[in-house]
Design a protein around this ligand. Structure first.
Ligand SMILES: NC(=O)c1ccc[n+]([C@@H]2O[C@H](COP(=O)([O-])OP(=O)(O)OC[C@H]3O[C@@H](n4cnc5c(N)ncnc54)[C@H](OP(=O)(O)O)[C@@H]3O)[C@@H](O)[C@H]2O)c1
Length: 274
């Protein structure tokens, strides 16, 4: 989902780019990674094991991609001198107590198997010596993959009532905005470090669903708030996924705009296939 928008955005900004799908490069294959990184100025790692629930029963497989694969890419970048943009997640710090937005330098407190493997990936990237930007994002939606608003829009047309959790809070974020931020960070030659690529402000899944239902012209009263315990799933979810934009501001790069305004901009494109 993110990788597709990254390639499009980089091409639109006149950068030369080679987009590699899994069939072109398996990031757990050290020799293939070395060959793919050779000669590149910048490598963006948007690949991951992203099946959060499956990771609970296949943590080793998720670790191979999210930690070992990230490590191989970072070591190859360190050897070749390429910059690395490594995409991480709110799940790496999702155990942080609710209250204020989570600073980019806050300690890693992963949630669930997926969070542990992504946190390990962050460690590996930082330990590699590569010139790396670790870019944490969260609650992604986009036109090129299954996502929450597309699911809500479809269900709003099929059902009379939608029950959506109201006790998980985060920042709905458009993949196009993350791609744009990657380009802006690279063009600004931002120093190596950890940055948060999420929309500004925050909301709950319930409130986001209300906004999506409104967008597709259905009555928002059809959405009922429920608690996470009423919607049990194999993997735990972070209750507080609100990431601060402190390090972006410190290097003079504007954070992504307010989530509601960005959704208004994104909705037509994201829901085009629904
Ligand atoms: N989606 C979210 O809400 C969210 C939130 C926070 C952070 N993130 C992070 O954002 C990044 C992009 O996520 P996304 O939502 O765009 O995920 P996505 O649509 O699932 O894309 C991940 C891609 O990685 C590929 N991949 C898996 N294993 C690979 C391997 N061994 N070698 C090469 N490629 C491999 C997948 O290929 P196949 O499809 O062929 O398996 C897929 O194309 C990830 O780092 C993710 O952790 C996502």
């Amino acid at each position: 989902m993110l990788g597709t928008d990254l390639v499009t955005t980089l091409l639109e900004r006149d950068h030369e780019v080679t987009g590699l799908a899994r069939a072109d490069l398996d990031i757990t294959d050290a020799a293939a990674v070395e060959a793919a990184v050779h000669g590149q100025q910048v490598v963006v790692n948007a690949s991951a094991w992203t099946a959060v629930d499956d990771a609970e029963s296949h943590e080793g497989d998720a670790f191979a991609v999210n930690a070992v694969g990230a490590s191989l890419l970072a070591q190859a970048c360190a050897r070749s001198g390429a910059r690395l943009v490594h995409v991480s997640t709110d799940y790496a710090v999702g155990g942080t107590a609710a209250g204020s937005p989570i600073a980019s330098a806050a300690p890693l407190l992963p949630v669930g198997a997926y969070g542990r493997t992504k946190a390990a990936g962050e460690w590996a990237v930082r330990a590699s010596g590569a010139d790396a930007l670790v870019l944490r994002t969260a609650w992604l939606y986009g036109a090129h993959g299954p996502c929450f608003p597309a699911t809500m829009a479809r269900l709003a047309r099929e059902r009379d009532v939608l029950k959506v959790v109201d006790d998980q809070v985060g920042q709905p974020t458009w993949t196009v905005d993350v791609a744009d931020l990657v380009v802006r960070l690279l063009e600004a030659r931002a120093p190596a470090g950890t940055y948060h690529a999420t929309s500004s402000g925050w909301t709950s899944w319930y409130e986001f669903a209300v906004e999506v239902v409104r967008t597709v012209g259905r009555d928002p009263d059809m959405v009922d708030p429920i608690s996470s315990s009423e919607f049990a799933r194999p993997a735990p979810r972070p209750a507080w996924s609100v990431l601060a934009h402190d390090s972006l501001k410190a290097v003079g790069v504007a954070p992504i705009g307010a989530w509601r305004l960005r959704w208004a901009e994104a909705a037509d494109e994201v829901l085009a296939e629904v």
